[in-house]
Ligand binder design. Structure first.
Ligand code: PMP
Length: 390
């Protein structure tokens, strides 16, 4: 099928919830992706910060093949070696002691909210304006953007929103019934919004002082995206609970919520569960993803090439008045414009580069961590040309 045939079937048979780009992806290799008309693209979005290892990584293929030959049985009635190995690996590379495996970011956040309420015996969750935590009823309620939740009222109760970046607002919002504060380290969907330097440290201190749990949503920032394995390292904080998904499976659906200290005892038998959560295929892939990030020095790549790319953006900022900001860490970068950003995304796609437009006026860049300097140079050249045309 070509692009048009696929898009026509989509418009007939799929609920039209996505504002998709008008191409159908067929296959890929590294940071290269092809569409159903045979057009080639360089991927600077990686499926929303998902494909850290790019497409067709030999280690990922091998992990999937080997595990598929062995066992794809759904695991939670029984134990599997793959699940405990991944849990152990995550404990080793983080400050957390235990994990509950979910299948997506929203599910990870749902579980984190349940755990916080169960552990504290309290109800309120404080989240921030402009945040994004998922599309299930609870996580869309936690999300700080009205457009996602207005049509779905009545929403679950117990969620309060305060401005992002203002730790005093959090201190003021905490009551005797506050269970947790839920925050993205850097707001991804909101436009790669980086908080003031000390914000997360201050939030952490306030949570400690008031006996409130600190849940960090690292669904988008986790696994090397910001140049550190996790953004909590970047900001020097120790949240009580962290949620992960996206890059963990490099495209295979897997997520989780990690907790440390006494909080891990919050869930009792029967409190939470998932048929597919922590299935052996997902766990085998995730283990490989984590090992490969280390083996291929991809944190270094994220840091170094991230700095390189950001500098190129800063140069563009000096050249074009309509750029209002350049921000981000590692390979998680944004160019903010004084106008709609979707036209630029379209023009870049027509030239063979996949980038993303978010928050209306922000260009979001989150390439696979295996991206090369040469690929970045190609993209910058095209972006400069597109900018010069508007
Ligand atoms: N949290 C954050 C920070 C996200 O960016 C997303 C997805 N964009 C989610 C949660 C939800 O993840 P999922 O789509 O896997 O449910």
């Amino acid at each position: 099928m070509n692009n048009k045939e696929i898009i026509d079937l989509d418009s007939k048979y799929i609920m039209q919830t996505y504002g998709r780009q008008p191409i159908a992806l067929t296959h890929g290799n590294g940071a290269n992706i092809w569409d159903a008309d045979g057009n080639e693209y360089l991927d600077f979005f990686a499926g929303i910060a998902v494909n850290v290892l790019g497409q067709s990584h030999p280690k990922v293929i091998e992990a999937i093949q080997k595990q598929a030959e062995k066992l794809i049985h759904v695991s939670n009635v029984y134990y599997t070696e793959e699940q405990v190995k991944l849990a152990k690996k995550l404990a080793e590379i983080t400050i957390f002691d235990r994990i509950f495996f979910a299948n997506s970011g929203a599910e990870a956040n749902e579980g984190a909210i349940k755990l916080a309420r169960k552990f504290t015996g309290k109800g309120e969750i404080i989240a921030t304006n402009n945040s994004f935590h998922g599309r299930t009823l609870v996580t869309v309620t936690a999300t700080g953007q009205d457009k996602y939740k207005e049509p779905f009222k009545p929403l679950p109760s117990g969620f309060i929103h305060v401005p992002f970046g203002d730790s005093k607002a959090i201190a003021n919002a905490i009551t005797d019934d506050t269970a947790a504060v839920l925050i993205e380290a850097i707001q991804g969907e909101g436009g790669i919004v980086v908080p003031p330097k000390m914000y997360l440290k201050e939030v952490e201190a306030i949570c400690r002082e008031k006996g409130v749990l600190f849940i960090l949503d690292e669904v988008q920032t986790g696994f090397g995206r910001t140049g550190e394995m996790f953004a909590y390292e970047l900001f020097g904080i120790k949240p009580d609970i962290m949620t992960i998904a996206k890059a963990l499976g490099n495209g295979y659906p897997i997520g989780g919520l990690l907790a440390r200290g006494e909080v891990v005892e919050g869930f009792d038998y029967g409190d939470h569960g998932s048929t597919f959560g922590g299935n052996p295929l997902g766990c085998a892939v995730a283990l490989t993803v984590i090992e490969t990030i280390k083996d291929e020095n991809l944190l270094e790549n994220s840091k170094n090439l991230g700095n390189y790319l950001k500098n190129e953006f800063i140069n563009l900022n000096e050249k074009y008045d309509f750029i209002t900001d350049v921000r981000g860490f590692g390979l998680f970068l944004a160019i903010e414009l004084d106008r709609d950003s979707s036209e630029i995304t379209n023009k870049m796609r027509e030239r063979g580069f996949l980038i993303n437009s978010t928050a209306g006026n922000v260009l979001r860049f989150a390439p696979p961590l295996i991206i090369t300097k040469e690929e970045i140079d190609k993209m910058i050249l095209a972006l400069d040309q597109v900018f010069s045309e508007i």
